[in-house]
Design a protein around this ligand. Structure first.
Ligand SMILES: [Zn+2]
Length: 460
């Protein structure tokens, strides 16, 4: 059965079409100009071009591609057993059309996600409806260049309720898509994030004003140690960049995407050889994978550890050394902010868009463990490489807003293994011995981490 929001879209469209026919006849008779066509038909209007989803029975990430920045609003509806309607999350995208006027629904039905569908809600609004199999918490944020809206849905309620961030921008006013009389209102278990586009800037997530006291209290994060692990530790290795995205390029043309893929393969081989780990890679060839997909692959695969591999670069050709990062909303210095912007593929000024989400999602045990793993990785990598070469520098444990780490449900770190812009370090990155040293360091750190039982806190 079609979800309620979908019915509303269809009925509204039908009514509008009928109304438009009468109006057009009237205007023609009166010699007046016809109103503008729907946004789908207008040139230069942003369009919802694709809907992508990664899902298992406790986790779903949906990405809605618009390419260009759009104004959007997210909300949710409870299940309506009387009408046979499932819980729904919907995102209204204003001033937008749909590519070719129609997008095929994404059908899943895996116990968490039923389907994702898009339809025109009114002349200027496209509504994307996520039909759930059961009520779940969710987070919504946008990433720029190309613009896409990301919806993370947690079927286990592990993510804490979205807090009212200090200084958060309240919604600009009532929107046309608010609960209708027959709708029971937003899901109380899922205070919706209500981002709106700031004038001339990127979409800024903001918290809705406090919602009315609800039947169910918002769930509180449960980050206590989970029961003893019954599976081999799952590690997702993420070689950065790939395909059309070369990453940083060294003075003699060495590409970051090739170096990190080689390191990733070595880590997989060395870790797999121990028999203690289930190792996967986000890419094992020279292909482009969007950042949000890499995180989704780790979450969908229920990885216990996520290790993103990169090589640093700087306009200062003397910059050198190894650093390992965890996610944070900001960076301690300009260099780290510029690094995150480059790795995210966006200008520095667009880095602000997800900061409230980062504060909310990356806290407590998961952050502490990521910090510990990052330090362990960096120390081991530097020690292993220094055993092979003189003058190896550690820049230490750092924090910055890397998009690829946003929404990761496990211990997650990002390695910046020396500077490809530095002639000496670039030369070393051409040497398999150096790549072995880096891989050995990562493997040593992961094994230490696993053997010391620190890995007991993953959401899975
Ligand atoms: Zn990189």
């Amino acid at each position: 059965m079609e979800g309620q929001a979908g019915e509303r879209v269809d009925l509204t469209t039908l009514r509008r079409q009928l109304g438009a026919a009468f109006l057009a006849a009237f205007l023609c008779a009166a010699g007046l100009p016809l109103p503008a066509p729907p946004a789908d038909a207008a040139p230069g209007v942003p369009r919802v071009s694709d809907i992508r989803a990664w899902t298992n029975e406790i986790y779903t990430r949906v990405a809605i591609d618009t390419g260009e920045e759009v104004s959007w609003q997210a909300n949710a509806l409870r299940a309506d057993p009387v009408r046979g309607l499932p819980p729904r999350i919907f995102i209204d995208i204003r001033g937008a059309g749909i590519r070719d006027g129609k997008l095929k629904p994404v059908e899943v039905r895996n116990g968490l996600l039923r389907q994702v569908r898009a339809g025109r809600f009114d002349r200027d609004t496209v509504r994307v409806v996520i039909d759930l199999e059961r009520e779940s918490t969710y987070r919504v944020f946008a990433l720029p260049d190309p613009f896409r809206i990301i919806v993370d849905i947690d079927g286990e309620g592990e993510i804490p309720a979205f807090p009212a961030a200090p200084g958060a921008v309240p919604p600009s006013g009532p929107v046309a898509v608010g609960p209708s009389p027959e709708d029971p209102g937003p899901l109380s278990v899922s205070p919706p994030v209500s981002p709106k586009a700031s004038p001339g800037g990127s979409a800024v997530p903001s918290a809705l004003p406090a919602i009315a006291p609800s039947v169910e209290s918002p769930r509180i994060a449960s980050l206590l140690p989970s029961p003893a692990r019954k599976h081999r530790v799952r590690v997702m290795i993420d070689p950065g960049h790939g395909g059309k995205d070369s990453g940083a390029v060294g003075p003699t043309g060495l590409k970051e995407k090739d170096v990190v893929l080689a390191i990733g393969r070595k880590i997989r081989e060395k870790l797999s050889r121990t028999g203690e780990f289930d190792v996967r890679m986000t890419r094992d060839e020279d292909v482009f994978i969007p950042l949000e997909e890499r995180t989704a692959m780790a979450n969908k695969g229920r990885a216990d550890l996520f290790v993103s591999l990169h090589i640093n670069a700087s306009p200062n050709r003397k910059a050198e050394g190894y650093s390992t990062y965890v996610l944070s909303r900001g960076a301690s210095n300009r260099e780290d902010l510029e690094l995150a912007a480059r790795e995210n593929g966006v200008p520095v000024r667009k880095l602000q868009g997800v900061k409230f989400i980062i504060d909310d999602m990356f806290t407590g045990a998961r952050k502490n463990e990521s910090l510990r793993l990052a330090k362990t990785v960096n120390d081991a990598v530097v020690r292993r490489v220094a055993a092979r070469y003189p003058g190896v520098h550690s820049l230490g444990l750092k924090q910055a807003p890397f998009y690829v780490l946003v929404g990761a449900r496990m211990t997650a770190v990002l390695v910046e293994a020396s500077f490809i812009s530095n002639a000496r370090e670039e030369a070393r990155l051409r040497d398999p011995l150096c790549l072995d040293g880096i891989a050995d360091g990562v493997v040593e750190a992961i094994r230490y981490y696993e053997q010391n039982g620190i890995l007991a806190h993953s959401d899975f």
